[in-house]
Ligand binder design. Structure first.
Ligand code: M6R
Length: 610
């Protein structure tokens, strides 16, 4: 998704903006641009391509010189990636950058054309720029009034960075639905779509609410509420630093984040375990509160939804409460039979995914209680949920989610243990034993990382020329296979499907041809025999089987070509160590194929549009 930044201070603004945008690159983009006040005039530099293309362009055309400005990386929605569609865009005496989608831009564009405006680009953003110009003409020297009036006309989502020609030291910004933070440093201030953009300048930031407007001037920050009155807001402090937003010696963020998983789990579960028992009171979750839920829905997208699938197996098995898992994009339009007495769990790393946020709002409207499991502090989903469990994975920069997934799993386990206890489905002793085993997972993951790095690299070399492959598993292994398959396809661009092993015979097995890779997951003791017989079925039809199995399982060597062993834990907890080699296979395959692992094509880190 687009990234926006803005700066008002004493440094070289072009450098600050490009540096800040580079730390938002993970969001995905196809063009970039900046607007900086140079001797009181707004100078724009923008082009299609990566930030390095913008820098190269500025080396030739001259870099805007000044201390105040705005910047943007664009992920095309309206209009192809091109120089002209790149942001910033301008209207009468005003220039803007925008993240989001203006749903009623066509009506507004017609209105503006009728009033004599001419458009250069195909973007919805230029409509906002021209509309701001239109209202500024009616309210000269009144930027706040102009912004307020303009956003009244807008439908959809936006985070806007705005500069007016008549206010050369000032950056304005506003938001609705799209994320925007306001960084506060010493004699300097910032706006940004996300904290990593500004973390090397300051850890202190404000979160803007919908339709609030902020003014950055000479390092000072003034925030106006949606009535135009100045308001005081709580200053937040990021609890991580620059190192967390840098690669720290790793070639990619993804591999760094895979290695951070033991720490992420530890930081997430430690404060929620008291005297060996799960304790979610700080998240306002008590045994009393949760014991009455009869039906649970887990709603999320992509990897977060896959964490929900594991959650379903675990909750149903331990707490005996029925769980339905939905993709947020389906849930919101299928008239779900959700209501009072139900619990809807929304899982999201970013806390800003448009479909997940809309699904949560729908669940609330229908009378259900909502619980959000979110990584990004202060994000929209976190702010609007009835109950909230933060995962403490730290910033996840790679587009392919790894550490966020594993901490989502760890939280699902804690919640399931607590719910099972509340329901009287497990005893205190059983709960303690499960919790103790969960506490062992960080150590076990470190062990898996050490032991599987080499074999997964090797398997990656074997998959490098593959066009298509299958993942298979049963029960929890099937849920895990779905995540393994998504990881591989999103970064390696290899077509990959995940199938319940027992379902193969009903159609999919016809895809197996000589030499086709099949990644089989077998970690569940009660399903082992059945899974192995499915593996043999594909092997007999020519598949090359890469088997990821629990180390103590005795499996006929004829059944596989490569074996990746995972340490033994209780069946129910096996997804945590087992996902690691699946992540590594995806990573090394993509690396061997020479792909841009952290920024796969067409993908954005946080999907804030439908
Ligand atoms: O921020 P969220 O967890 O809500 O994001 C959900 C998905 O967009 C995300 O998990 C996506 O599938 C990742 N690319 C997976 O690696």
């Amino acid at each position: 998704m687009c990234g926006i930044v803005g700066y008002s201070g004493y440094r070289d603004c072009s450098d600050v903006l490009v540096g800040a945008l580079s730390r938002l690159e993970y969001r995905g983009y196809d063009s970039a641009g900046i607007a900086v006040f140079e001797n009181g005039k707004i100078e724009v530099a923008k082009c299609k391509g990566r930030l390095k293309d913008l820098v190269a362009k500025m080396e030739i055309d001259g870099k805007p010189q000044g201390n105040v400005g705005i910047g943007h990386t664009r992920w095309a929605t309206h209009g192809e990636p091109s120089d002209i569609n790149s942001h910033p865009h301008s209207g009468e005496k005003v220039t803007i950058v925008h993240n989001g989608i203006i749903e009623n831009y066509k009506v507004l564009k017609e209105f503006l054309i009728e009033h004599g405006e001419k458009f250069l680009s195909d973007t919805d953003t230029e409509v906002v720029a021209k509309l701001l110009g239109y209202y500024y003409k009616k309210n000269p020297m009144e930027p706040i009034v102009t912004i307020e009036r303009t956003i009244k006309d807008l439908e959809g989502s936006f985070a806007l960075g705005i500069v007016f020609e008549d206010f050369p030291d000032v950056v304005f910004a506003t938001r609705r639905e799209s994320p925007l933070i306001v960084g506060v440093g010493e004699n300097e201030s910032f706006i940004a779509s996300d904290v990593p953009a500004i973390i090397n300048y300051t850890k202190n930031y404000y979160l803007l609410d919908h339709d609030e407007i902020v003014k950055l001037e000479n390092g000072d920050v003034t925030i106006y509420d949606d009535h135009g009155d100045i308001e005081e807001k709580e200053l937040m402090t990021a609890d991580w630093d620059m190192d967390a937003a840098e690669k720290g010696g790793y070639p990619h963020f993804m591999i760094k984040e895979i290695h951070e998983q033991p720490t992420s789990i530890n930081t997430t579960i430690k404060p929620r375990i008291v005297d060996g028992m799960p304790n979610l009171e700080e998240c306002s979750i008590t045994l009393d509160k949760i014991k009455s839920f009869k039906q649970i829905y887990i709603v999320a997208c992509g990897t977060a939804m896959h964490a929900g699938l594991v959650g379903k197996y675990v909750i149903e098995k331990l707490a005996k409460v029925p769980v339905t898992v939905d993709m947020a994009s389906e849930f919101r339009y299928r008239n779900p039979l959700v209501g009072k007495g139900d619990l809807v769990i929304i899982i999201s790393q970013s806390g800003e995914t448009a479909d997940s946020l809309a699904a949560m709002r729908l669940a609330k409207k229908l009378g259900a209680k909502t619980l959000a499991i979110v990584n990004v502090k202060g994000s929209s989903i976190a702010r609007e949920a009835d109950m909230l469990i933060y995962t403490h994975a730290g910033p996840e920069i790679a587009v392919a989610s790894t550490k966020a997934y594993i901490v989502q799993l760890s939280v699902m386990y804690l919640f399931a243990f607590e719910l099972a206890l509340a329901k009287g489905a497990i005893t205190q002793e059983q709960c303690k034993a499960l919790t103790a085993e969960l506490q062992n997972t960080p150590g076990i993951i470190s062990d898996v990382l050490e032991k599987t790095l080499e074999i997964t690299q090797y398997v990656g070399t074997k998959l490098v020329a593959t066009e298509s492959l299958l993942y298979i598993g049963r029960g929890l292994d099937y849920a895990l296979s779905m995540e393994g398959s998504l990881k591989l396809k999103e970064i390696s661009y290899i077509h990959s499907e995940s199938y319940a092993a027992g379902e193969l015979k009903h159609g999919t097995i016809s895809l197996i041809t000589d030499g086709m890779p099949v990644i089989a997951v077998a970690t569940q003791s009660d399903l082992l025999e059945k899974t192995v017989s499915n593996i043999k079925e594909v092997k007999a039809r020519g598949a090359k089987v890469i088997l990821v199995a629990r180390e103590d399982f005795e499996i006929d060597e004829e059944a596989y070509d490569y074996l990746i062993k995972v340490p033994k834990m209780q069946d129910i907890l096996m997804p945590i160590p087992t996902i690691v080699p699946l992540q590594l296979i995806a990573y090394y395959t993509a690396v061997h194929r020479g792909n841009d692992v952290d920024k796969p094509r067409n993908l954005a880190k946080s999907v804030t549009v439908e």
